[in-house]
Design a protein around this ligand. Sequence first.
Ligand code: SF4
Length: 232
Amino acid sequence: MIPATIIREAQADGVRLALSPSGTIKATGDGAAVNRWLAVISERKAEIIDALKVSPGDTATASRWWLIHYPDRDPLEVACCPEATHADILERHPDAVAAEPFTPTTRQASAPLTAEDETAIRAWLALIEETDPATIAEVIGQCQRDADARDYFTGRAAAELAKPAPFPDDRRTCDQCANLIARRCQAAKRGEIAASRNYEPIRDLRRRCEGYAPRPEDTDRRPGRARWPELI
Ligand code: SF4
């Protein structure tokens, strides 16, 4: 068992492990339960002390990657930007029983970071008010090498950056135009648009046409000339 697992399972068994003021392990809880854990605590003492040093009161230890343990489910790996302390992590995950920093194994990126992804990541870092050039360079460098880091940061950017306004598609098809009768454009027949008199337009092609006349179901009652005056 790794130290965080020992801390977590002991807690689940009713034994709370903490550091005493002198830096040794203090085990509190039901006496019988404490006795059950004494052997393993003794055997892994140094490692457990190291793990306990990363405690809620330890604000100096910050990490980008944290492994969070829960009493009732599998551990969760999380990435943090900016780096988070143990206190930050436990505040964000109040149902966690332990958390430890870890260094993720690198899954090598198979392709270069695209300019588009880099722009998005930089924009997201700006969004979270990360302005430290060294941190930004570190994140971009990591995303260039590490596929998981790239997935994480591009995912955050995609989820949190404001989306561009959708293309205002005000175009209409000839099928939606009251001037289309029996495949023929009546506006062309009357010489109102620049087309032959027996013009048979592509009926399902979206367009902006000065001859457009709204059918009854079109809530915008303006004809093409009023909608798109720039065409005239
Ligand atoms: S007026 Fe324009 S939109 Fe209407 S049927 Fe003719 S070509 Fe199509």
